[in-house]
Design a protein around this ligand. Structure first.
Ligand code: SF4
Length: 174
């Protein structure tokens, strides 16, 4: 039985990126797919931004981090991405892991470009993934870029298997 794992849609080859392209990842599609049943999801498509779309980025304000259009800073999608993660809770409840696309203002788990007083610093975290972690703090997550490291890859696979086992035990005890 394959273990169910969430994934950023573009990593499976879906043309959902802002410019209509994808980020097909050979290792994920040809190797990890033997063990994992992937549930693809693109938060930017889900909130209706469409393809192609204008790029968005993270901006640090005194009140916190927001996600807005680069060309149109009035287009603030922060709340929409948070709400999008919240509406996914029942589907994500079935997941035993999640692989996110690195660098994305929605999906990147770390080192995402964050605009601070006019300069970018790679210290941000995507808004969708941030809310997903809040909703599921125990869910093993990883970025596709880091999975090229054999140690990180093995650690992720083991964490997913362990979480799957734990969830099965918990459901048996109910
Ligand atoms: S990184 Fe996330 S938001 Fe961007 S195209 Fe991929 S799935 Fe969609």
């Amino acid at each position: 039985m394959k273990i169910t794992v969430g994934i950023s849609s573009c990593l499976l080859g879906e043309n959902v990126r802002y410019d209509g392209t994808h980020k097909y990842d050979a290792y994920i599609n040809e190797e990890l797919s033997k063990y994992f049943e992937f549930r693809p999801f693109c938060p930017e498509m889900a909130i209706g931004l469409g393809v192609p779309r204008k790029k968005i980025h993270l901006v640090q304000l005194d009140s916190g981090v927001i996600c807005v259009g680069i060309e149109n800073p009035d287009m603030d999608v922060t709340d929409a991405l948070i709400e999008c993660a919240n509406t996914q809770v029942s589907q994500q409840n079935e997941l035993c892991g999640y692989i996110f696309k690195k660098g994305s203002p929605s999906c990147g788990t770390e080192n995402v470009k964050l605009l601070i007083e006019g300069d970018y610093q790679k210290i941000g975290q995507g808004i969708f993934v941030q809310q997903t972690i809040k909703n599921f703090p125990r869910l093993p997550i990883e970025e596709e870029g880091r999975l090229s490291d054999p140690k990180i890859r093995e650690s992720f696979i083991q964490r997913v298997k362990a979480f799957h086992k734990l969830k099965m035990l918990e459901s048996e005890m109910k």
